[in-house]
Design a protein around this ligand. Structure first.
Ligand code: PLP
Length: 268
């Protein structure tokens, strides 16, 4: 028998196709060597062709899952993915304060502001974006928007490195400690440069662009890998650098599945 491992909690939705959501988060936590726990917010009906529908879990059941694991097992870092509704977001925010998760508490907290799938299917009700901005960002150690989410959240259209910095500044206004503006969706750039900032410094993290359509679950996997490394007590810049190394290997090993878009793979 070995000792108790470090732990990470994902507050997110289930993907029945197994590519994204809590399924990706748990695989990633496992691959990064931390014990993964889940507070499930929604159950999606989903395959490689898209999201056919989803059902929300009642907000009190979401918060009960968080409290249950926090009070007994303990959480060394947490992240959010698909949160579905403003009601769930507001309930989660209050519970995080109660159990001591968030930038003003002891436990690091990563917010991946998931709004839609890569097929364009909505994963968040319209009024909920404002709740993410006002309820979760001020509590976040790090937020990890992609460029579509940046546009939705700030109205800033990122087209180059300068506008990426401008977007980082605009996002930090919402109160997170760090922001990672992911550059993967800037297809005119042959590199995938992610920009990390805390308002005092801008760290550019260049990466390789892999020529594959199979990137389902990539955002979830990156945020989970960063969360796992925060649980392992790395600081934010080091955890992000490790997360970036991890996701690059996952994209390089992505595989086709079904008739549509396959997932990134943490198996290599
Ligand atoms: N389904 C769930 C439950 C998710 O959490 C996410 C992303 O966070 C997705 C689907 C969409 O993943 P992708 O945009 O990589 O297809």
């Amino acid at each position: 028998m070995s000792g108790t491992p470090r732990t990470a909690l994902t507050i997110a939705g289930s993907d029945s196709g197994g590519g994204a959501g809590i399924q990706a988060d748990l695989r990633t936590f496992f691959a990064c060597g931390v014990h993964g726990m889940t507070a499930i917010t929604a159950v999606t009906v989903q395959n490689s062709l898209g999201v056919q529908g989803f059902t929300e879990i009642p907000a009190d059941v979401v918060t009960a899952q968080i409290k249950s694991v926090a009070e007994d097992i303990g959480v060394h870092a947490a992240k959010t993915g698909m949160l579905a509704s403003a009601e769930i977001i507001e309930a989660v925010a209050g519970t995080l304060d109660e159990v001591g998760i968030g930038r003003h508490a002891v436990t690091p907290f990563v917010v991946d502001p998931v709004a839609a799938s890569m097929h364009g299917d909505a994963l968040l009700r319209d009024e909920a974006l404002e709740a993410i901005r006002t309820q979760l960002f001020p509590r976040a150690t790090l937020i990890t928007p992609n460029l579509d989410e940046v546009r939705l959240l700030t109205g800033v259209e990122v087209t180059d490195r300068e506008s990426q910095r401008h977007a980082a500044d605009a996002l930090l206004e919402f109160g997170s400690q760090y922001v990672l503006v992911k550059g993967g969706h800037l297809y005119t750039d042959p590199q995938c440069v992610d920009l990390l900032s805390d308002g005092t410094q801008y760290i550019e993290l260049p990466g390789h662009r892999h020529d594959t359509p199979h990137t389902h679950g990539g955002g979830d996997t990156l945020a989970s890998a960063i969360t796992a490394h925060l649980a392992l007590e790395l600081g934010v810049p080091d955890a992000v650098a490790e997360g970036k190394r991890f996701i690059e290997r996952c994209v390089a090993e992505s595989y086709p599945l079904g008739a549509g878009i396959g997932p990134v793979s943490p198996f290599w």
